[in-house]
Each structure stands twice: as C-alpha cells, then as structure tokens.
Design a protein around this ligand. Structure first.
Ligand code: SF4
Ligand code: SF4
Length: 442
C-alpha cells in the first residue's frame, strides 16, 4: 500500500512503525474471511482491510479520530486472526495498538462511555479493588436480565459474567518450593482478573510445576500485565504496569522463564520488548523479560510430564484462545499435553473465530460478543464433549455463560491427570468424575 507521510511525521517512531506496517498491506482481502466482525455482518469497515484504511487515513492526515473511526476500531476484538491469515506479514496488532492510543488521545467519547472505560481501567487491573466490585456484583447478579431489558446492556453483561460465588483473595508474593531436587526456577504472573475469579488455575500450575521440580516465585511488585488498559488505548497506564512487572522479575535474578496462565496476558508480556523499545532505561530489560515469557503449556512441553495413572479418558473440546493461537502461535502444545495424559481432544470447528471475550470487549461490545459466544457454543456443543478446555480465563468465563458444559483451564486438566484434584467446574458438573480422577481410559 502506498503511503504519503511527511518526513516530519516519520520522525515520530510510532508513526514510522505504523507506516512500515501499512506499506506491507497489499489490499488482497484474504484477512476478511477470518475476521469475526466481518464474518458476522459483512461490513468492509468492520474487516481488517477496512480498519487498516481508516487508520491510514487518520494517521496520514494527522487527524483527530472521528466517531466513525472510533466505532469500527472499538468493534475490533484484537483477536489477531487477521495476522495468522495475512500472506504479507502485516503486523496488525502493533498498528491497531497505535490507533487505539491515538483515539484515546484525540477523541472525546460520550460521557457514559468515558465513565465505564475509566471505571474498568481503575478497577479490573487491581485485584483488591476488583474483588470488592465482584462482591457487589454478586448481589446484583439476579437483576442482569432486568438491566438488559431496560437498556443497560453493558451493566447486564458485567452482571452476567460475574461469578456466582464470593471472589477469592489474590495470591500473595511468595515462593512455592520444588518437590524433591530442584530442576528449575520460574516466575509466575499471578495476574489480576484471573487470580480473583479463578484461583484454581494458578494453584494447578503451581502444583504441576513444583511436582516437576520447579521453584515457582510470585514476585513482590508484579501485578496486572497491562493488557486490559493497553487495549483501551491507555498507553501510559499500560507501560507503567509493564515496568512494574519488569522491575519485579528482574529483581529475582536468574530465572528460567516467566510463566503465564492467561494467554491474553502472555501475548502482552511477550510484546514488552516492542512496547518499551524507545525507553532507554527499560528497553533491554523489557526485551529480556519478553524473551523469557512462556505460556504454561509451552513451558510444560519442555519438561517430562507423565500421567499419575491411566488417563481420565474424557472427551475435551479444546478451545484455542485467540491470544494463544494467533497472538503467540502456541497451538500444538496444549493438545499434545492433554492427549499424552489420556484425554480425547477434539478441535472446535471454525476454531480460528473468537468467542467474543477479548479482555473487556464482552462488556464494552455486549451485542457482538453475545453473537460470537452463541456461535462458538453451538460449534462446541455439536462435538458432545465432557468438558471444554481453554488457556484463558476470559474465554472460560465467556463460553461458560452460554452453556451448561463445564469450562476449565487446560492446566487444571493437566494437574488432575498428574495427581492433582479434579477441576472444580468438572466436579460440580459431574460428581462421578471427581470420584474417579484417574479411571481407566475408555
Ligand atoms: S491479508 Fe494482509 S495484505 Fe491482504 S488486505 Fe489483509 S492485511 Fe492487507
Ligand atoms: S484483530 Fe480480529 S476483529 Fe480485529 S480486524 Fe483482525 S481479525 Fe478482525
């Protein structure tokens, strides 16, 4: 694609990077076929190619974002299916991140949107604050349908996604010691939403890793990875959260990996090197942390993992989270690990399409998110699985809100098959499974 940025514009490294990305696009439109928002409505402006044109026009003319630009960029899930499909290697993620930051700086949203986005940015990344909100949401949960019926769709979406139990306390900084001889040492990103909504995920990861002889450190000062605010265009907040994590993990000295159990967070931490490339104090440290970062399944695939007894033999519908398959290109390891441990793993048809979770997307864009969830649940239920597995709490929560099937994290199944407890969602759904955690494979 031809561009006409001036030399003065290109002096800005963000613009220079975006120009490079724009020039790689050859307008072929292959990406439209795998873009969830285009697949739903067929609107070119809600396709990657259409969005790329909107971004080009906005940046090239150095214009404040218009309502139209904000509308179509806001509808983008940042699922990155377009990056997997693109034959020209267009780095859409960095382009849309730049566009979101530009929109945040130059566009004044309606008051109710400003309020909601500010509340999400100030509450979700902070586990203690988020826990208080969830406690309040528990009381409001029965009124989700009423809130939707009177037009408060975003409030209804939040109440629907809130858990039906009291939220948990976030994991305190500490070291979980390896069982037996120590073979390695990793930092675990405890995260924010993940840790409060579903502490069983990190607990399972810690059990599996320590059983394999790995010390697991939850570093003092580490917290939200920054992705929640990053995807809202709040660049300063996101970089602040990234720097705090980099400081916390750098202070640990030698570690083998930064292990992440939420794939959306993993994608962002792996991008710290790019995000902080212009910060002379942090660039090298950020690149080092990014290079050390592994999804939990990616890390486990390098270790020797054996089932405790014979495999559980359940049919698992494996939902490949967009951030894992498109963002990190981790596709093989979760399925191979589950298969090795005795689960019968089935791919979900149209697995490249997002479930509609996408960070805060299912709150900010509840209608599109609901339609994508309905589509995803339909394809999963056709597989008639015993359980759904995913590597991202957002997907688990989103899908679970639309089906009676239990949705668990991949690491919970791995833990169960290697000697840990039955995942709570599976136990509640099928108590007999809890009684036979390692029954012979059928
Ligand atoms: S597939 Fe790639 S090159 Fe083709 S229109 Fe989409 S982003 Fe551009
Ligand atoms: S990130 Fe996903 S929703 Fe956004 S343009 Fe690409 S494919 Fe479409």
């Amino acid at each position: 694609m031809q561009t006409s940025f001036t030399l003065a514009q290109l002096a800005d490294p963000h613009v220079a990077e975006s120009e490079k990305i724009l020039r790689a696009c050859v307008h072929c439109g292959f990406c439209t076929a795998t873009c969830p928002t285009y697949v739903l409505d067929g609107n070119e402006l809600d396709s990657p190619r259409g969005r790329i044109y909107l971004i080009k026009d906005m940046l090239e003319n150095d214009r404040p974002a218009t309502q139209e630009v904000a509308l179509h960029i806001d509808r983008c899930l940042s699922c990155l299916a377009c990056m997997t499909t693109c034959p020209s290697g267009v780095h859409y993620m960095h382009l849309v991140d730049h566009a979101r930051a530009h929109i945040e700086r130059t566009y004044r949203r309606p008051a109710h949107q400003r309020l909601l986005r500010a509340a999400l940015a100030r509450l979700l990344p902070f586990p203690r604050r988020f826990r208080l909100v969830l406690t309040a949401a528990l009381a409001g949960k029965p009124f989700a349908g009423f809130a939707g019926a009177i037009g408060f769709k975003q409030l209804a979406a939040m109440l629907q996604l809130a858990p039906a139990h009291l939220p948990h306390r976030p994991l305190a900084p500490q070291t979980f010691k390896a069982v037996g001889a120590r073979k390695g040492r990793v930092a675990l990103l405890a995260g924010c939403v993940n840790d409060v909504l579903a502490p069983q995920i990190n607990a399972a990861a810690i059990r599996v890793l320590t059983r394999l002889g790995i010390d697991v450190v939850v570093a003092d000062g580490s917290g939200c990875c920054g992705s929640l605010v990053h995807h809202m265009g709040r660049e300063g907040d996101a970089l602040g959260q990234a720097r705090a994590n980099i400081d916390a993990w750098t202070a640990l000295g030698t570690i083998d990996a930064v292990v992440v159990t939420t794939s959306g967070c993993g994608t962002t931490v792996k991008d710290y090197g790019f995000m902080l490339r212009s910060d002379s104090t942090y660039a090298a440290k950020a690149a080092k942390v990014a290079g050390l970062t592994r999804d939990i399944t990616e890390y486990l695939a390098t270790l020797s993992l054996e089932p405790a007894q014979s495999g559980p033999g359940l049919v698992v519908a494996y939902h490949s989270a967009c951030s894992l398959q498109h963002g990190q290109r981790v596709t093989r390891q979760p399925k191979e690990l589950l298969g090795k441990l005795g689960f019968a793993v089935k791919d979900v048809p149209d697995g490249h399409l997002c479930c509609g979770s996408a960070g805060t997307y299912n709150i900010l864009q509840p209608d599109i998110a609901r339609r994508l969830r309905e589509r995803k649940v339909r394809t999963i239920e056709e597989l008639r699985p015993d359980v759904i597995a995913a590597g991202n709490i957002g997907c688990m929560t989103q899908i679970a809100a639309g089906t009676k099937l239990p949705a668990v994290h991949t690491i919970e199944l791995i833990d169960w098959a290697t000697g840990g407890p039955c995942p709570p969602a599976l136990r509640e759904h099928a108590p007999q499974a809890a009684l036979r955690p390692n029954a012979a494979a059928s």
